[in-house]
Write a protein that binds this ligand. Structure first.
Ligand code: B12
Ligand code: SF4
Length: 484
């Protein structure tokens, strides 16, 4: 009888990070229909099992019908390729790649020697169909969302539709050691925090985001009843006191959130929760709605602000203004909910002055709400398939032409490197220095904090950051402070 086993692997995404791994939702969701169809699934998450060789050998001994790998753009691809090489060396199972990167670049991914099939977009239905065909020894042609190379030509067609979240089989948590993903959140006063997804997609159009290519701007969700059932089920099963709604746009339907929050209050769920919200949404919320959020346990909201320049906000189609941000920061502060604000710098066409406008907005936030969190400024990175790529290309960006070269397209790369040709040398240096300072504005060492704040204020007072020290000077100061 043909094997009914399948091995799924999530490559590590940040080997240097000391924080707990994010839950591999993509793999859990693609595993669910397979489990429902009687397949025997092994999930290996490299963040949890870095020395995976033995477990993988054991899984390969079952002659899996397929081995699945999930990948985002960046270094994760490199770890995925190393795993694929190991699989090739120790067996002959077909290797299937899925996730955001293969979705954005299906043909190029399919042409790599360590890739047999690519599943694009939501993997639940296409992966099940592919695995069933492979298990029956049938050809994989004509499955929407599955790509492969035959005689040098790409075969495949785009997926037809999105999955109905309410119709999905239960998430097979037994396949993971869930305890590894339940974390303490001292910042929220929580002992056991875990993630949940109750919606997918987003109706907005931010030009740096994957949403339009992948989700075609369509938002869909569990209704409030189903979301509450899932939420309370997780809370009870995993003994949680905090939940993170890890989704693109939890607040897209305000009415749904209102019903869900009301249920949490009525049924005394008594948990803390946090989610991402949009500035323009919060600007419109009534005091009653915000109070309901707080009473239902909302302790932290994360906002993507991205820039302090009105022109850049317009250019990236964020549909917010710097003044709206200031108002919302005050409103969030008054609500008793904590706010975290995310920023990006180094957008194509952004000037040094506009980057300093972002620093000024960060400073305003720190003044309005000293308890607000601004931890970093991410350098805009040319992830594939987003609208901004066109401008990046016009300004000299060349996308890698083979899978392994995407490793360098990673947000952790220092802006001073050459993968951002739309930034000149002084802009790259400015951005790199700003990142350095922001990350240390609230440093636990008081001398470092004082030094950073002095430099930060000097920079804000200077024109176009001219007074900003060079990185070697910063490194020197750091060593001096350490040496005290
Ligand atoms: C949680 C999350 C993270 C987690 C970990 C994510 C993970 N996958 O392991 C953390 C916090 C670590 C993270 C970090 C970053 N992230 Co992130 N993250 C997300 C987020 C919000 C949710 C991911 C998720 O769980 N989705 C839910 C599941 C169900 O969807 P999914 O993973 O896409 O899986 C489905 C399909 O892709 C497919 N599939 C997935 N894997 C596989 C495997 C196989 C074999 C098959 C067949 C199918 C398949 O089927 C699944 C079910 O339908 C997404 C946005 C989003 N909503 O997806 C961004 C997103 C993935 N992140 C993104 C980015 C840019 C980042 C950062 C660079 C952000 C930053 N500046 O800090 C970093 C670094 C990433 C890196 N390359 O190292 C981008 C990715 C762009 C890209 N081209 O890769 C996204 C799409 C957000 C965006 N707005 O653009 N992220
Ligand atoms: S609001 Fe968030 S998820 Fe929606 S398009 Fe903008 S960045 Fe993407």
């Amino acid at each position: 009888m043909a094997s009914k086993s399948v091995l799924l692997f999530r490559p590590i995404y940040d080997p240097e990070s000391a924080s707990a791994p994010a839950t591999p939702w993509g793999l859990l969701y693609v595993a669910a229909p397979l489990v429902a169809h009687g397949f025997d699934i092994t999930i290996i998450d490299e963040s949890v099992t870095p020395d995976y060789q033995e477990c993988v050998r054991a899984a390969l001994d079952k002659y899996p019908v397929a081995v699945g790998i999930s990948a985002m753009t960046g270094r994760q691809i490199g770890f995925g390729l190393a795993f694929a090489q190991f699989v090739r060396k120790h067996g002959n199972a077909p290797i299937v790649w899925g996730g955001i990167h293969p979705t954005m670049k299906p043909e190029q991914t399919a042409r790599h020697g360590l890739v047999d099939y690519v599943v694009v977009n939501e993997g639940e239905q296409p992966f099940l169909e592919l695995v069933e065909r492979l298990a029956q020894g049938k050809e994989p042609d004509g499955i929407p969302g599955v790509y492969f190379v035959r005689n040098g030509a790409i075969c495949g067609e785009p997926p037809r539709d999105f999955v109905d979240l309410a119709a999905l089989p239960p998430i097979p948590f037994d396949l993971l050691d869930v305890e590894r993903y339940i974390v303490r959140r001292p910042d929220l006063g929580a002992e056991r925090s875990f993630e949940i997804c109750t919606s997918r997609g987003c109706p907005h159009r931010c030009a740096f985001c994957y949403i339009q290519s992948v989700h075609k701007s369509r938002w869909r969700s569990l209704d409030a009843d189903a979301a509450f059932r899932q939420l309370s089920g997780h809370v009870e099963r995993f003994d949680l006191d905090c939940v993170v709604f890890r989704e693109d746009n939890f607040f897209a339907d305000r009415r749904r959130v209102e019903q869900l929050a009301q249920r949490m209050v009525d049924e005394r769920l008594d948990i803390k929760w946090t989610a991402s919200c949009r500035i323009d949404y919060f600007a419109k919320y009534t005091a009653e709605f915000v109070d309901l959020l707080r009473r239902s346990g909302c302790v932290l909201l994360t906002f993507g602000v991205e820039s302090g320049s009105a022109r850049i906000l317009d250019f990236i189609k964020k549909d917010i203004t710097p003044d709206m941000v200031r108002e919302v920061v005050q409103k969030v502060k008054d609500s008793g909910i904590r706010g975290t604000y995310h920023f990006m710098g180094g957008f194509p066409t952004e000037t040094a002055g506009e980057l300093l406008d972002t620093c000024q907005l960060i400073e305003d936030i720190r003044r309005i709400a000293p308890e607000a969190v601004v931890r970093e400024m991410s350098a805009y990175t040319a992830y594939p398939g987003v609208e901004l790529i066109q401008t990046c290309k016009e300004l000299g960006h060349r996308e890698p032409d083979q899978l392994e070269d995407w490793l360098d397209i990673d947000f952790r790369e220092d802006p001073r490197n050459s993968r951002r040709p739309w930034l000149n040398e002084s802009q790259s240096r400015l951005l790199s220095n700003i990142q350095f300072l922001i990350a240390r504005l609230n440093h636990k060492n008081s001398a470092m904090r004082a030094w950073t704040r002095r430099r930060w204020r000097q920079m804000l007072a200077s024109e176009l950051g001219i007074a900003l020290p060079e990185r070697p000077a910063i490194e020197f100061a750091k060593r001096m402070i350490r040496g005290r």
